[in-house]
Structure formats: structure tokens, C-alpha cells
Design a protein around this ligand. Structure first.
Ligand SMILES: [Zn+2]
Length: 485
């Protein structure tokens, strides 16, 4: 019995070095690709993304979203049609065209195409062709793909990249109320996947000056990060009729007459979710993967004693056979490594549960289970192995989530003055600030605290009975202010 509390000082004190190191040693990603902002996803990182993708797509499709795949390019003309949208994205688009060879006539060059930074202007001209009658609504589609943003700030693997793997959902509805109903469902689907991963986050309505370009309003999921910079993992936007008006998505209403559809779009960032899993659950040794996404869920390490090797390996095979089929399990029979080296090797790769098998276990017809998250060790009779593994993996999932939520509430601090807020931001905190509701006070907060105003709670109503921290008039709610990736 016994155990230890996982040591996790590295990620809080030296986040960048810790994170980059974990990506490589745990075979998650390699950011040494020679184009800025593009990385290679290695087998463990991509495995986790694939599991998350399947779960998210399953929930979206249960809710009636049709899986589709749209082109990666838009014409510059379509891309430019919604004025706010182009204003928001123009500074960060990749243009593509034919590689110009020597001697070609410049006059024959075609206008460049835009590599999708998001797909509204690619999908909606098609929506206009498909939607003509109220019976064509609602239309709900989703696609998992990569989007491209010409990031000019410093890039960081998984958090701030130029090639972003994500899922985007797009819906069209006959009324604004139906669109609102769908928005709640989309928030619920994202919430479910993030909760299953044990990620702790704030669900915030963004201030108007920070909403998605072309949206009426935006809801965002901000996950906490050890260095205090919040990580926006997903967003849901109500587009109103802003896009349907410019793309001519009109339909014959049930009650007669024509109307523009009401639209939503939402995105779930796979690489940022992967980053949150690593950053929130990891410790000094490396990542701790929630069992349902772990590339290997259980590793079996035999502890052979001289003269009893065959016995121990035979028994380990039996344990492997018992677990295979139910779990992603690995039997580590490498002979050039000691058991201790193997423990370390698999701990650094985030395997949530280890099974140790030595001569004493053979005699007792038992095994020793060791939890990656707490280090807790205990003996289990072999006839109860499968149910104990199931129980422990479930418990790991739960305790990872609990620990992450605990850290989030530790990171949020109530501040009563701008000076206190600025100091807290320096210390890597998320500040909760009483606010009167006026935009100029929110903008002033951004400047005084040197951080981003992330918005106010969407999931619950937080009423403030304190004065606005900026102007001193009656506060209405609380704003969350933090540095962000
Ligand atoms: Zn104010």
C-alpha cells in the first residue's frame, strides 16, 4: 500500500522546457520540422487526437450533424464577402497559386486562392445552392480537417501553430430561436468530451470586442495552463444572419415569404485539447493519459529472478492473455533492460497503469498494480484482475479530473483593485474582476492588467454586488482576465 503525491513542480516553474521535453520523450510531437509553425504529430500524440476525434464525431452525428469534407481553398472573392470576417482574418491567411516558372507570362497568372483559415466562406456558397425551402432545414454538417493561419507571433507546438487540426460544425436554421437551441447543444457536446478527458476549463461568453469575426456573439472554452496563460480549446459562435445575407442563403418560409437562415459555427481544436491533456494531467516524469485515450492503457513488466525466469515470463503471458481484448495492453519482455528502467520508460510515456509480475506473485497467484497518477501500489488476486483493472482505470480518470478542477480553482483569484490584478497576472493567475458591463471598462482592464479579457461566465450567472473595479459604479457581473496563448 502507500504511495506518493505526484511531483509536478517542473511544469509550474519551467513550463516551456518541460512541455517541449515531454512532447519528444513521450513521442507526442516533434516540432523540429523546418517550417515555422508546422509540426509532426508522432504516434502517441496522433493516437490521442484520433480517439478524441472519434468520440466528438460520434456525439455530433448522434445529434444529426452530417459528416462532409469541403475543399481546402476558397476564392479570394468569396473569402472577402463578409466584411467583418475578412477584417478579422486577412492578416493571417496563406495564399496559394501555381508556382511561377521562369519565362511564364505574368499576365496569365490566376488570382491566388486562400487556404482555409476556417471554412465559412467555403461552405456557405454551397449551402445557398442546397437550401431553398424550410424543409431543407435545419442543415447541420461537420468536418474534421486542418485549417491554416499565418501566425506572425511566436509559435508553440500544439498551442499556437499554423496548421491546426480541428473539427468544425456549421448549422443553418429557420429561426433565431432554433439556432439558440442548437447553440446550447453544441456547448453541451463540447463540454461532454472535455469532461470525459478530465480537462478543467471556464465556459465564457467573450466580450463583444473579442468575438469571432462576423459573429453576433461567441462562447469559448478556456482551459487552465500551468504557466497561467489560458488555452482556448473550443469556441461556439452565433452568426445570426450575417453570413446568410452576404451568401444569399434564403429559403421559402413555412408561413410563406422568404427569409435568411440563422447560422452557427463552432470549432474544437484537437491540438489544443491534446496540449491541455498533457499540461493539466502531466507531472515531472511526463504525461499521464486519461485511460480511454491512452495509446497503451496497461503495461505488464515481468520481474524475473535468476533461475525462475521461465516461470515468471510464463505467468506474465497469462496475465497478458487475461487483459488482451479488454484493454490496450503491452507486455514488456525486453531483456536488455532492468524492471526499474522499464517502469521509468513507461511512466515517461504516460501509461496510466502498470502490472508487476515477480516470483512472489506467481506463488500467491496475484499481481501488483501500480497507478501512474499517484504511484499507489497494491496486490490483486489474479481471478479479480480484470475487474480491478477496470475499477482502477475508472478511478484514475476521476481523480485526474478532480485534480485538474482543483488547480483551476486555485488559479482563479478575486481581485479588488487594478494594482492587485496586475500583480496576480504576473504571478500566473486568472483574475475575476467585478464589472459594470460597459465595454470601455473591459478595454481599460485589458490595458491596466496587461492581459486578455476572456469574458464572463456562460454556464452560470454570476451577479456581482461589488462596485466595478475600473469605474466604481455598480457591478453587474464578473469578468475573467488572463494571459492567453
Ligand atoms: Zn465600470
Amino acid at each position: 500500500m502507500g504511495g506518493f503525491i505526484a511531483r509536478e513542480s517542473e511544469k509550474f516553474e519551467r513550463f516551456s522546457e518541460w512541455f517541449d521535453n515531454v512532447l519528444l520523450t513521450a513521442r507526442i510531437a516533434d516540432n523540429r520540422y523546418p517550417v515555422k509553425g508546422f509540426i509532426v504529430y508522432l504516434e502517441n500524440g496522433w493516437f490521442v487526437i484520433e480517439r478524441v476525434r472519434r468520440r466528438l464525431e460520434e456525439l455530433l452525428e448522434e445529434d444529426g450533424h452530417l459528416p462532409m469534407y469541403y475543399p481546402i481553398v476558397a476564392t479570394l472573392e468569396n473569402f472577402s464577402r463578409e466584411a467583418e470576417h475578412i477584417k478579422g482574418f486577412m492578416g493571417e491567411v496563406f495564399a496559394v497559386g501555381k508556382l511561377r516558372l521562369g519565362g511564364e507570362d505574368e499576365a496569365q497568372q490566376e488570382a491566388p486562392l486562400i487556404l482555409r483559415p476556417t471554412s465559412e466562406t467555403i461552405m456557405y456558397p454551397m449551402f445557398a445552392l442546397w437550401i431553398t425551402n424550410h424543409s431543407d432545414l435545419p442543415l447541420k454538417v461537420h468536418q474534421s480537417c486542418a485549417v491554416y493561419r499565418y501566425e506572425t507571433k511566436a509559435t508553440r507546438a500544439l498551442y499556437r501553430v499554423r496548421e491546426i487540426p480541428w473539427n468544425e460544425g456549421h448549422t443553418a436554421h429557420a429561426t433565431g430561436e432554433e439556432a439558440e437551441e442548437q447553440l446550447k447543444k453544441a456547448v453541451e457536446i463540447y463540454r461532454k468530451v472535455l469532461d470525459e478527458l478530465g480537462i478543467a476549463y471556464l465556459t465564457l461568453r467573450r466580450p463583444d470586442f473579442d468575438k469571432f469575426a462576423g459573429a453576433e456573439y461567441s462562447i469559448a472554452f478556456d482551459a487552465w495552463n500551468p504557466d497561467g496563460k489560458v488555452n482556448q480549446v473550443a469556441t461556439v459562435h452565433n452568426l445570426g444572419t450575417n453570413f446568410s445575407r452576404v451568401f444569399g442563403i434564403e429559403f421559402e418560409k413555412r408561413e410563406g415569404g422568404k427569409g435568411y437562415v440563422w447560422q452557427l459555427c463552432y470549432g474544437f481544436g484537437y491540438s489544443r485539447v491534446l496540449a491541455a491533456i498533457i499540461a493539466q494531467h502531466g507531472d515531472d516524469l511526463g504525461p499521464i493519459f486519461p485511460p480511454w485515450v491512452a495509446p497503451i492503457q496497461v503495461v505488464i513488466v515481468p520481474i524475473p529472478y535468476k533461475g525462475r525466469e521461465a516461470e515468471v515470463y510464463g505467468y506474465a503471458e497469462r496475465v497478458y492473455e487475461l487483459l488482451r481484448g479488454g484493454y490496450r495492453v503491452k507486455l514488456d519482455e525486453r531483456e536488455d533492460m532492468t524492471p526499474g528502467e522499464k517502469y521509468y520508460y513507461w511512466e515517461r510515456r504516460g501509461v496510466p497503469l502498470r502490472v508487476e509480475v515477480g516470483p512472489r506473485d506467481v506463488e500467491k497467484n496475484a499481481v501488483v498494480l501500480v497507478r501512474r497518477d499517484t504511484g499507489e501500489k497494491f496486490s490483486v488476486p489474479i481471478e479479480r484482475l480484470r475487474e480491478e483493472v477496470a475499477r482502477v482505470l475508472e478511478d484514475i480518470t476521476r481523480s485526474l479530473a478532480e485534480r485538474a478542477r482543483g488547480k483551476l480553482s486555485e488559479q482563479i483569484v478575486d481581485v479588488k483593485s487594478l494594482e492587485e490584478g496586475a500583480r496576480s497576472i504576473e504571478e500566473g493567475k486568472i483574475c475575476r474582476v467585478s464589472w459594470c458591463g460597459r465595454e470601455e471598462c473591459a478595454l481599460s482592464l485589458r490595458n491596466s492588467l496587461g492581459a486578455e479579457v476572456r469574458g464572463y461566465r456562460y454556464d452560470i450567472e454570476e451577479r456581482s454586488d461589488k462596485p466595478c473595479t475600473v469605474c466604481g459604479s455598480q457591478g453587474r457581473t464578473y469578468l475573467y482576465v488572463a494571459r492567453a496563448f
